[in-house]
Write a protein that binds this ligand. Structure first.
Ligand code: CA2
Length: 151
């Protein structure tokens, strides 16, 4: 009988202040905590044949370091770069190094908010974007990732 292949590894990256989810600004970001989201993704991953790792940092360089270390070891990345979405060429350049599908997630609809949130430095290096669907966007992204990378 053929040996089952190892699950493909998906890294989920959360940018600055997302560690505050569920604790402040519930009208914009909801009541779900980051630990809730990571827990759901780690449960859903194996159901989709994927291994999920999660990482949050408030520091741009730490996010760049994590992406660099992952080069060659990942099947895909789901990233909510948070405020760095609108400022970080460094994270954009690091994402390009990965050469794997990238899904950009935003809990809020950045296009309905202040003009400075309308531009994303990640948008054109991402395979796709999910915005404005609340934390459900992360779970939709993981399902889409399973389709993109195969099982
Ligand atoms: O809608 C999103 O997911 C954002 O990436 C969230 C970022 C914001 O800068 C982007 O424009 C859109 C902000 C994350 C801050 O998260 C907080 C959560 C709870 C309380 C305070 C901040």
């Amino acid at each position: 009988m053929a040996k089952a292949s190892a699950p493909k590894h998906i890294l989920v990256i959360h940018g600055p202040n997302l560690n505050m989810l569920g604790r402040r600004e519930p009208d914009t970001y909801g009541h779900t905590t980051l630990a809730d989201i990571d827990g759901e993704l780690k449960k859903l991953g194996p159901q989709l044949g994927l291994k999920v790792s999660t990482f949050q940092s408030n520091h741009e360089g730490a996010i760049v370091d994590t992406i660099q270390k992952a080069v060659g070891n990942l099947a895909g990345v789901i990233i909510n770069p948070a405020a760095y979405t609108h400022t970080s060429i460094a994270i954009r350049d690091a994402l390009i190094l990965l050469a794997v599908p990238i899904i950009e997630v935003h809990i809020s609809n950045i296009h309905r908010r202040e003009p400075f949130r309308h531009h994303s430095y990640m948008a054109d290096v991402a395979t796709g974007q999910i915005v404005g669907l609340g934390v459900n966007g992360y779970y939709l992204a993981l399902r889409a990732m399973a389709e993109l990378v195969g099982r």
